[in-house]
Ligand binder design. Structure first.
Ligand code: SAM
Length: 466
């Protein structure tokens, strides 16, 4: 017996697969990281949970797809589990719940063969030291598998795999489009790049990528964007660390374009009021002329570290004459720009406010179980306060771009409507964003349209006669 074990061990060693986890180990590892994501308190973001990488690249990509997929369909699986279980699984046994969800996901979406999905997930119970759950996981997954072909979704929650409040909010705001929005939220978003047009042209950039076997195409409506056929690691992108490319959704690339459309050769004082992690800050710097200045603020010191990293990669020096980065609450002018001390006013303000992120669920499916309506209502108060404060430091004739990655009207057009109701010197400028819903209260891009995330933009000018 011992000899067989030794032989098996030697064969594994010789075939250089010592870094491979067994199928059951892979499921155990995936379930325990998944539990870190779905556990409400102290939960990890998906990006953090899929790190550190497993040694084997194929297994890493399996685990990453499984964690994203389980999170995407979590509201559905959670609801179905309630039907399948006689009594709920306690939170201190959360890894068993995660194993069940992982099993369901393998069977329904990952198309793993039923016997492998069930047996290896059951075996994972032993690895996680949950022997008590072996029979339970086996029974539930077999039951689930039997019903798969014939199961019909009886509720919108299970059909669209979104929590009720998100479905309700989308229906209320977008009675014609809510189904498409929810469907798009459940699709995987492509990886998109922004070309640094200061350094190269888009055709050259496309050629460079294609010569490195990265299949990609130009974005149909956004001139700096490239859509990759398959996600790659940034290490594989030629010139990434020299600042030729940034990873950024095409809709997010509109911000700098809209704010600087009429820049011409003027020197402008610009403010990026909520800048971290710095995607749009970098783009503003790439586009603005040499005599303009940019002040970038964020309330989160931790997130500002990412801004510094981003700008360094793009070869911009912070704390130079051109760019300054400050950690502060934008709405607290007394701290960073007091009236008493020669208060600075700006020609252009980018206000990419903290929001529900309901437009980027396809990239961050955990939003479905991390957010709730009360939090969104709280966020609207913060948005309102920052918007009002920023208006006070915008120069007459200056422009403020209000942006969210949300599709909820209460963070978008309703927020603007309320602002206009109390601000007589504000004028909304028309934006004709292709394939967006353009209104006189801003433009809404829906998730999935031309491979874009859901974004809202409203460009407001301060009348000169104030
Ligand atoms: C949507 S993100 C900004 C994304 C960023 N513009 C980009 O393109 O990378 C919103 C940011 O607002 C910041 N924030 C939240 N409340 C703030 C406040 N009162 N003042 C300044 N920043 C704030 C958050 O820390 C977060 O980094």
């Amino acid at each position: 017996m011992q000899q067989i074990f030794l032989w098996k061990f030697l064969i594994r060693l010789m075939s250089n697969t010592q870094s491979m986890l067994s199928p059951a180990e892979l499921r155990a590892e995936t379930a325990s990281r998944l539990w870190q994501v779905i556990k409400y308190e102290h939960s990890e973001s998906i990006d953090n949970a899929i790190k550190p990488n497993l040694e084997n690249a194929e297994q890493q990509s399996w685990m990453s797809a499984a964690i994203y997929g389980c999170s995407r369909y979590y509201p559905r699986y959670q609801n179905q589990l309630v039907q399948l279980l006689k009594k709920p699984i306690k939170d201190n046994e959360g890894e068993v719940k995660a194993l069940l969800i992982l099993g369901m996901h393998q069977l329904s979406e990952m198309k793993v063969k039923a016997h492998a999905a069930i047996n290896e997930t059951v075996n994972a119970c032993k690895i996680l030291d949950k022997l008590w759950a072996v029979k339970l996981v086996n029974g539930i997954l077999r039951n689930y598998q039997r019903g798969l072909e014939t199961r019909v979704h009886k509720t919108e929650l299970t059909q669209y795999a979104h929590p009720k409040w998100i479905i309700k909010q989308n229906k209320l705001d977008w009675p014609q489009n809510w189904r498409d929005i929810l469907d798009a939220n459940n699709l995987q978003a492509p990886m998109c790049l922004r070309v640094n047009l200061q350094k190269t042209t888009r055709p050259e950039a496309l050629e460079k990528l294609q010569n490195n076997d990265i299949a990609c195409e130009a974005h149909p409506t956004i001139s700096s964007a490239i859509v990759l056929q398959q996600a790659v690691s940034v290490e594989q992108i030629p010139g990434f660390f020299e600042g030729y490319f940034s990873v950024q959704d095409p809709a997010a690339q509109l911000a700098a374009q809209l704010l600087l459309e009429d820049e011409n050769d003027q020197s402008l004082d610009m403010l990026d009021a909520c800048c971290a992690p710095g995607g749009k800050t970098g783009h503003l710097l790439e586009r603005m002329n040499n005599s303009s200045t940019l002040l970038a603020l964020d309330v989160s010191a931790k997130r500002l570290e990412l801004v510094h990293e981003n700008l360094e990669r793009l070869n911009f020096k912070s704390d130079s004459k051109k760019i300054q980065i400050i950690c502060a609450d934008a709405a607290d002018l007394n701290v960073w720009n007091p009236e008493s001390k020669d208060q600075k006013k700006f020609d252009r303000i980018l206000l990419d406010v903290p929001c529900s992120a309901s437009g980027v669920i396809r990239r961050h499916p955990d939003i479905k179980f991390r957010r709730n309506l009360e939090q969104v209502q709280e966020l609207t108060k913060i948005q309102k306060k920052i918007l009002q404060t920023m208006w006070g430091i915008l120069k007459p004739g200056g422009r403020l771009l209000y942006a969210t990655c949300s599709v909820f009207k209460l963070e978008n057009s309703l927020q603007i409507q309320e602002f206009l109701g109390t601000t007589s010197d504000a004028k909304v400028l028309p934006l004709n964003i292709i394939d967006a819903i353009n209104t006189d209260l801003g433009s809404q891009i829906f998730p999935g349209t031309n491979d874009c995330d859901g974004f809202f933009y409203c460009l407001i000018e301060k009348k000169n006669n104030s």
